[in-house]
Design a protein around this ligand. Structure first.
Ligand code: RIB
Ligand code: CA
Length: 314
């Protein structure tokens, strides 16, 4: 890919979020303008620290990190240390990063950057959508100025992860997810179903990565350790779904989204039972105009090629 991509990433940095950031920070032809952080997988302060650690490992001290919302719009925070480890980095206890976060609030930084680069930025929202819903409330005109919004969130009529009915990012802040999907962004939804139907990385891939013996490969194995162990406990094999890294990879190389379609999508926020459930009207029953491109499948081979190239590089 030789085309330059200007990316902005909103993240609740833990586990897979870290490898997604590493990819965006190091892939040739990508200009990572900024990282914004939000409470989700881990509390905001820890997610911000993990983003700074990742950028330090990536040797990208020039990428600014803007901390944002400490909690969802209307609800208490639900975190996922059980998936990512107590530090969100597989329990690896990395030393305190020397990089510092910016003072500007993430929502304001999102508004400012999109206005500074109208039609140029693609944003990847790989966390609860609190910051983006706040940014939209501050300045609804960003909808027409953001080139493309990639949302890792929701699931296409599929089982959830932290709730039987919903994917984690939509579950944590369903009100924010509802606001964002109806705002009118040029939105692509990369749902949990795409990476969960069959594992994106499995035992044979981890063996290859372990054998690389590079700093990035060792970082990968450390930050994803808790997730891998969970896979081992549940299925007898180490495996990972990689939702965030897969979304960043698709934004960088659109061929990785091997199948997609335009549909009307919606997010449930009133019911407690199905809180955060994402509806994709695949049969057009509701007769509403499509508001999203929905990823239906991924080219896993191409994705793994990209991740292997990244991990071999340093
Ligand atoms: O449901 C997948 C999402 O929640 C990802 O963004 C990942 O960070 C996970 O915890
Ligand atoms: Ca995430």
């Amino acid at each position: 890919m030789s085309q330059r991509k200007m990316l902005l990433i909103d993240t609740d940095t833990a586990g897979d979020d870290c490898t997604a950031l590493l990819l965006a920070a190091c892939w040739p032809g990508v200009e990572l303008k900024a990282v914004t952080t939000v409470a989700g997988n881990v509390p905001l302060s820890l997610g911000t620290r993990n983003a700074l650690t990742t950028l330090e490992i990536a040797e990208r001290p020039d990428v600014p990190v803007y901390p944002g919302a400490v909690k969802p719009l209307m609800r208490e925070l639900f975190t996922a240390e059980h998936i990512h480890g107590s530090d969100g980095m597989g329990g690896s206890n990395f030393p305190e990063p020397s990089l510092q976060p910016q003072d500007e609030h993430a929502a304001q930084a999102i508004v400012r950057l999109i206005n500074e680069y109208p039609g140029e930025i693609e944003m990847i929202a790989q966390a609860p959508l609190t910051n983006l819903a706040l940014a939209y409330s501050l300045d609804p005109s960003i909808v027409g100025k953001l080139k493309r919004l990639w949302v890792m969130g929701g699931a296409n009529n599929y089982i959830g992860n932290d709730s039987p009915a919903a994917e984690f990012n939509f579950f944590v802040d369903p009100e924010a997810a509802n606001i964002v999907v109806h705002a009118g962004f040029n939105l692509t939804m990369m749902g949990w179903d795409v990476c969960h139907r069959s594992p994106v990385m499995a035992e044979e891939h981890f063996r290859e990565i372990e054998a690389m013996n590079t700093a990035f490969a060792s970082f990968y194995m450390k930050v994803l350790r808790t997730g891998m162990e969970l896979g081992l406990k549940r299925t007898g094999q180490r495996r990972l779904s990689h939702p965030d890294t897969l979304t960043v990879a698709m934004a960088i190389d659109n061929r990785i989204m091997s199948r997609s379609g335009r549909y009307y999508i919606d997010v449930e926020y009133k019911s407690e039972l199905t809180r955060g459930y994402s509806l994709v009207d695949m049969n057009g029953v509701l007769k509403k105009p499509p508001n999203a491109e929905v990823c239906l499948d991924a080219d896993r081979e191409l994705f793994r090629e990209m991740v292997f190239t990244l991990l071999q590089q340093h």
